[in-house]
Design a protein around this ligand. Structure first.
Ligand code: MG
Length: 294
């Protein structure tokens, strides 16, 4: 199933996208729940409920403004650094990698986070303040949505805890990421987490063969597949949940393949007016424009 959060005639709603790709079946959610995007679906799955049913009303996709599926995550978005072999080499050679002492391919997952308030909509502008940073980069990432939470989840059980997947663009201010050693500030600038356009149930994504790509102004920059992750989805869930209880609706961005701007010589940072498209097969395409402020 494919779900989305959207605005229709000034109201927030949540719906299921029909197989025709054009028709939305509005779900029967309270106004308060609709503002939480798909959170109530993940929570229902965790309880073993079927979740909200169809309201009987339909909307045309072209008549709505699609919003982030999880506009207000309950806490920071967990993120994984250097989790594709090709990108690990590219980043360690960039000179911006404060974790390079570990070697180019990490022995254990590198975990950081983005603050929930930096979540952005699938086609919204990405604001850039040039007095803060002009070294702005993109990172296409498959993102896990947790259904049933837990602590001490084994690899063997991990996929039973996945409600589904969405996509984020892990937008990064490279200079801040490097100068502050810890990555949070460079990763959490306002608007730096475009998310969506859909969130889909786990059966919709082929974790081996689905493609993951980025284009900037139509030029392909990243082109890989999900099966090339260093640490796969079960390993990430086992690692995080060893000492941190996971909750329904928690988000885990799984890392990005090669082809980020910092990997080019000279680096290809995002500039004012650039259109950056990030996509994963089966989930859809984020399409955001860089807009310099001030
Ligand atoms: Mg990333």
């Amino acid at each position: 199933m494919k779900y989305l959060s959207y605005e229709y005639q000034g109201s927030r709603e949540v719906g299921r996208l029909d197989d025709d790709g054009q028709t939305i079946h509005r779900l029967d959610l309270s106004a308060d729940d609709a503002y939480r995007g798909l959170m109530s679906l993940a929570e229902a799955a965790a309880r073993g409920d079927t979740g909200p049913g169809d309201s009987g009303e339909t909307r045309a996709l072209e008549d709505v403004v699609v919003k982030a599926p999880f506009p207000a995550p309950r806490r920071n978005v967990f993120c994984v650094g250097k989790n594709y072999y090709d990108h690990a080499h590219e980043f360690s050679n960039s000179g911006f990698d404060s974790s390079a002492a570990q070697g180019s391919v990490p022995k254990v997952p590198i975990i950081f986070s983005k603050v929930p308030e930096c979540v952005n909509d699938p086609e919204a502008p990405i604001p850039v303040y040039p007095d803060v940073s002009t070294a702005i980069d993109y990172e296409a990432e498959l993102t896990i949505v947790i259904g049933k939470g837990g602590r001490g989840i084994s690899k063997a059980d991990a996929l039973y805890h996945v409600w589904g997947y969405t996509v984020i663009n892990d937008v990064t201010a490279r200079d801040l990421q490097g100068s502050h050693s810890q990555w949070l500030i460079g990763k959490s600038q306002d608007g730096f987490c475009p998310m969506g356009p859909l969130a889909v149930t786990a059966d919709e994504v082929d974790l081996e063969n689905a493609g993951i790509r980025t284009r900037v102004n139509g030029e392909q920059r990243q082109d890989s597949k999900l099966g090339l992750l260093i640490f796969d989805v079960p390993t990430l869930i086992e690692t995080l949940s060893r000492g941190i209880t996971l909750y329904p609706g928690d988000l885990i961005a799984t890392g990005t393949p090669a082809g980020v701007g910092i990997g080019y010589k000279p680096p290809k940072y995002l500039k004012d007016g650039d259109v950056v498209e990030v996509e994963v097969d089966g989930i859809g395409t984020l399409r955001n424009t860089i807009v310099y402020q001030g």
